[in-house]
Design a protein around this ligand. Sequence first.
Ligand SMILES: CC(=O)[C@@H](O)[C@H](O)COP(=O)(O)O
Ligand SMILES: NCC(=O)COP(=O)(O)O
Length: 241
Amino acid sequence: MTKLSVNINKFATLRNSRGGNNPDVVKAAVDAQLFGADGVTVHPRPDERHIRYADVYAIKSIITTEFNIEGNSQEQKFVDLVLDVKPTQVTLVPDALDQITSNHGWDTIRHKEYLVEIVSVFQKAGIRVSLFVDPVIAMVEGAADTGTDRIELYTEAYAHGYPADKEKAIAPYHQAALRARELGLGLNAGHDLDLHNLHYFSRNIPHLDEVSIGHALICDALYLGYENTIQLYKRQLQPTP
Ligand SMILES: CC(=O)[C@@H](O)[C@H](O)COP(=O)(O)O
Ligand SMILES: NCC(=O)COP(=O)(O)O
């Protein structure tokens, strides 16, 4: 079965908005595992606007499932962090420094020389490597040439196209998945997957090893717990008999 890795960046966004330690990001990682997630994903960005480097060390110390760290290896600080923490998997994402969120995959042909080198740096340290790529056959083939263990298909275009025409939206992902399999690559996927589009994606993408989901999952967790939480607060305001 496809594994679900829960991306807990948004817990850190909320915590950082007030200072202090509420919500507790390490507890969010512990509880994700307790509640059935197959792994935990974090994406420490250079400005530490959500996950801080210190969080990554703290989470590593409690993780019992898979730990996936995403980020841009063109930042030496990120490479040093990953080599020090030694997660199960590193997902290399070609983000610019000031990017709001990830918005494209690697050009695996143009950056082949660099990727071959950096993939082997992590693999020599015993860390599985996944490259974030768009669902384009040439990019999947280019990824295979780097020696990476897996690719992660960037699913924003699928999520965006799903409501209007889900068959059209899934088609390039299906082709990319088949090519990845032929080339012996493991397959991950992520970005904007949610409760509406996930089932169709998982049913139609063969040999999908793992999805990492954060934004929508945390939004759903807030809303699905909303009514209960309001009632709990109301109860605190009831006069004592
Ligand atoms: C690589 C990817 O698609 C996710 O990591 C996404 O970029 C989440 O990062 P943010 O939580 O910073 O938006
Ligand atoms: N790799 C994708 C990820 O970790 C989460 O992306 P999103 O669900 O926050 O869009």
